[in-house]
Ligand binder design. Structure first.
Ligand SMILES: [Fe+2]
Length: 178
């Protein structure tokens, strides 16, 4: 969901409308899926569009992975039954693999061999990860009784902080937030 100027300027107070943690993360999922779809529709030789889409997807995925790892997964480890904790461990590993591919795009340029293939594999991995979260982890978290509204606020705040750190025109370094 786009950040309105009002929300951005009142980030320290409680925004008028907040999404709970799961709604926020699912919106992120839909946003990145749109980027994957747009890449698929881009003309084969449109390197400018492809490179912009990959850059945006990497930025979104980096921020998304960071807020999940810093806030959501530790909360999930706390509230889920012990038998469900391996799901969270699996999610960390999947994030790690996506980050390896994100890293490849710091040197791999649109039009070069392997660029489209790397993004395609990234899409498949992210899609699998999204499905697991949405069909398994998120419903379990909903049932757990965790305070998803409070967690949603924390996620939003951290997301805004990280997004503000993305340089507007930093060429190849935009994905490197940490
Ligand atoms: Fe995730």
């Amino acid at each position: 969901m786009p950040t309105t100027p009002t929300q951005a300027t009142t980030a320290t107070s409680h925004p008028a409308q907040t999404q709970d943690a799961i709604e926020l993360l699912m919106d992120d999922h839909r946003a990145v899926e749109k980027l994957f779809d747009a890449f698929e529709k881009a003309k084969d030789d449109d390197v400018e569009a492809k490179s912009a889409l990959v850059r945006r997807a990497c930025e979104e995925l980096t921020v998304h992975a960071m807020i999940e790892e810093e806030l959501l997964y530790p909360a999930a480890q706390d509230v889920l039954d012990e038998s469900d904790r391996p799901d969270v461990e699996e999610a960390y590993v999947e994030h790690y693999l996506v980050k390896v591919l994100i890293d490849k795009f710091t040197t791999l340029k649109a039009g070069e061999p392997g660029f489209d293939a790397t993004f395609k594999v990234m899409r498949e991995m992210v899609q699998h990860h999204i499905e697991e979260e949405e069909t398994d982890l998120f419903p379990k978290l909903r049932k757990s009784g965790a305070d998803l509204n409070a967690l949603g606020e924390k996620l939003m705040q951290r997301k805004e902080e990280l997004e503000a750190k993305i340089p507007k025109d930093a060429g190849d370094n935009t994905m490197r937030l940490h």
